[in-house]
Design a protein around this ligand. Structure first.
Ligand code: SF4
Ligand code: SF4
Ligand code: FES
Length: 262
């Protein structure tokens, strides 16, 4: 391959990525090893182009599973950057390492005393939140632009609902946890808070309650038994021909013609 008049050899080629026509080649470093890859690829695709195969550290490829946390530096830049490999475009001179898993502290959420107030429950499960030094590293690290330091501050002040809402977009990538000087596992604190907020602080939904009662009373047993008798082709046909709610319809605007199975 030719780029800027120089002959460049591709070290390894994965089986997923087709380089864009006429792409310029850039150099990236994966675990310290140099590779030449076409520009415009995400880090994830660039690593595959370089011959890496993802067995861990990759899930949705769409920025929502949090499996592809990555840290990188640029040659000559002291700053340590973080991002999602499936969302961040590879740049020349990136020195890359993945953090597909980080050993975050996870308290036994099920064992908490629910007679305590929500903020006391959080403080009991994760007393280390009070060691937060307010450095803001977690917020600067978060690839979802979540105010991580802010939600930890809400929990410290006892505002569990506000912290749960602030953390709602967390994808559990663990990057904030990997950088916290106070050793707080922010994502797990927030997960516990969202569970407490949903389970103990939010009014029950009548619709969900009614549907759960119907399920428990056996309303769907016969239908499930019918489905269990069908072969693969019948199931496929049923699936393909099913009535579908139009995209972007407003709540309550659409109902299927056949309402016997609701
Ligand atoms: S809050 Fe932490 S775990 Fe959640 S998305 Fe942000 S960096 Fe990842
Ligand atoms: S990185 Fe840790 S100590 Fe720093 S603001 Fe975030 S939670 Fe607090
Ligand atoms: S692969 Fe799921 S967030 Fe990147």
């Amino acid at each position: 391959m030719e780029a800027s008049g120089q002959k460049i050899e591709t070290v390894m080629v994965g089986d997923r990525t087709i380089p864009p026509e006429g792409a310029r080649y850039i150099t990236i470093y994966i675990m310290g090893q140099a590779y030449q890859v076409p520009e415009t690829l995400t880090i994830l695709k660039a690593m595959e182009f370089a011959g890496y195969q993802y067995k861990r550290g990759c899930g949705c490829r769409g920025g929502i599973c949090g499996a592809c946390g990555t840290v990188y530096r640029k040659q000559g830049d002291h700053t340590l950057h973080t991002g999602l490999a499936c969302q961040t475009v590879a740049e020349d001179d990136m020195i890359l390492a993945q953090i597909p898993f980080f050993p975050a502290n996870r308290a036994d959420h099920g064992g908490v005393d629910t007679s305590l107030s929500p903020d006391e429950q959080i403080a009991t499960l994760y007393p280390e939140i009070f060691r937060c030094v307010g450095c803001g590293t977690c917020t600067r690290t978060c690839p979802m632009d979540i105010d991580v330091m802010g939600y930890i501050a809400h929990f410290k002040r006892g505002d569990v609902m506000r912290g749960a809402k602030t953390s709602f977009d967390c994808i559990m990538c663990g990057l904030c946890v990997s950088r916290c000087p106070a050793n707080i596992s922010q994502m797990n604190v927030a997960m516990a808070a969202r569970r407490i907020a949903a389970g103990q602080m939010t009014p029950r939904s009548e619709t969900t309650k009614n549907r759960a009662e119907q399920v428990n009373a056996g309303r769907y047993e016969e239908m499930l038994a019918e489905l269990g008798q069908m072969d693969k082709e019948e199931l496929k046909t049923l699936y393909v021909e099913r009535e579908r709610e139009p995209d972007l319809s407003l709540p309550g605007e659409w109902m299927p013609h056949d309402q016997t199975k609701l």
